[in-house]
Design a protein around this ligand. Structure first.
Ligand code: SAM
Length: 280
């Protein structure tokens, strides 16, 4: 018994199934089920939602999500060694857990999920940013997910919620904040994980906005922001001159002094500039 359910404690699960952590798979496990239940609660109401979990590992967060009442959890795990442990959880919660063995970067989970959908994961650090960018840049908006509750290295979490003028402000902040509300909801020291990683972590909760905060074409905004931050120390009139020869006029039209640098420009400013650049 583990406190939140009738399954064995995670240390026992790990030793029974020989789940020694593999660095190549970003395996830093959460073994405290009270902590995983707390993370699950940050996701919002679960009883009427399907939850997509990437990288369940031995199932700490999976059990937290199920104990907190998730209607259905779809868990995608690359490490086949974890499947027997996950099968035990599925048996304890009949019909509420589906596990897919595979690479989250290759699998399209949508066929297995019924809206409304939340995503919750203690992500493998090597693919966390890539998955987040994919979730934030679907072909159509609103996306398939209503919220994302994700563990990142603290430094990445800070880049997601960063404000203009800060060192962490950049492409990730603009991408996340244009069409979502993003905030850090928990901080975790290395010792919360087994084995402990070198850096601290944080849980970021993002909720999808029904509409972007400011109008802009997604592809143009993405190009403008990527180009601007590619040379973040340069003035925008020179960092962006490859986009259009009359960049100074367009910066003026967007209300941005051409001598500003990317990190000083607000989301609203980048959207205004994208609209100007999209004009013929
Ligand atoms: N959720 C568990 C927990 O909180 O203890 C494990 C988290 S661990 C940081 C990341 C998990 O993602 C590992 O179980 C790892 O095997 C899995 N993983 C790594 N790369 C993956 C990929 N490309 N697709 C799916 N799962 C992956």
């Amino acid at each position: 018994m583990s406190g939140i359910d009738a399954l064995p404690p995670l240390r026992e699960v790990i030793s029974t199934h020989g789940l020694s952590a593999r660095k190549s798979l970003g395996q830093n496990f959460l073994l405290d089920l009270n902590l995983t239940a707390k993370i699950a609660r940050q996701a919002g109401s679960l009883t009427d939602h399907d939850v997509l979990e990437i990288g369940p590992g031995p199932g700490g967060l999976t059990r937290g999500l199920l104990a907190e009442g998730a209607r259905h959890v779809l868990a995608v795990e690359k490490d086949a060694r974890c499947l027997p442990a996950l099968a035990e959880i599925a048996a304890a919660y009949p019909g509420r857990l589906t596990v897919i063995e595979g690479d989250a970067l290759e699998i399209d989970p949508l066929a297995y999920l019924t809206p409304p959908i939340r995503v919750a994961a203690n992500l493998p650090y090597n693919i966390g940013t890539e998955l987040l960018v994919r979730w934030l840049t679907p072909p159509d908006w609103p996306p398939f997910w209503e919220s994302l509750t994700l563990m990142f290295q603290r430094e990445v979490a800070q880049r997601i919620v960063a404000a203009p003028g800060s060192k962490a402000y950049g492409r990730l902040a603009l991408l996340a904040q244009w069409r979502a509300h993003a905030r850090i909801v928990m901080d975790l020291p290395p010792g919360a994980f087994t084995p402990p990683p070198k850096v601290s972590s944080a849980v970021v909760h993002l909720t999808a906005l029904p509409e972007p905060r400011f109008p802009a074409d997604a592809a143009v905004l993405s190009r403008v922001v990527a180009t601007a931050f590619n040379q973040r120390r340069k003035m925008l009139r020179s960092a962006l001159k490859g986009l259009t020869p009359d960049i100074e006029d367009r910066l003026h039209a967007a209300g941005i002094p051409p001598t500003e640098r990317a990190e000083q420009v607000s989301l609203e400013g980048f959207c205004a500039l994208s609209r100007e650049i999209a004009k013929p």
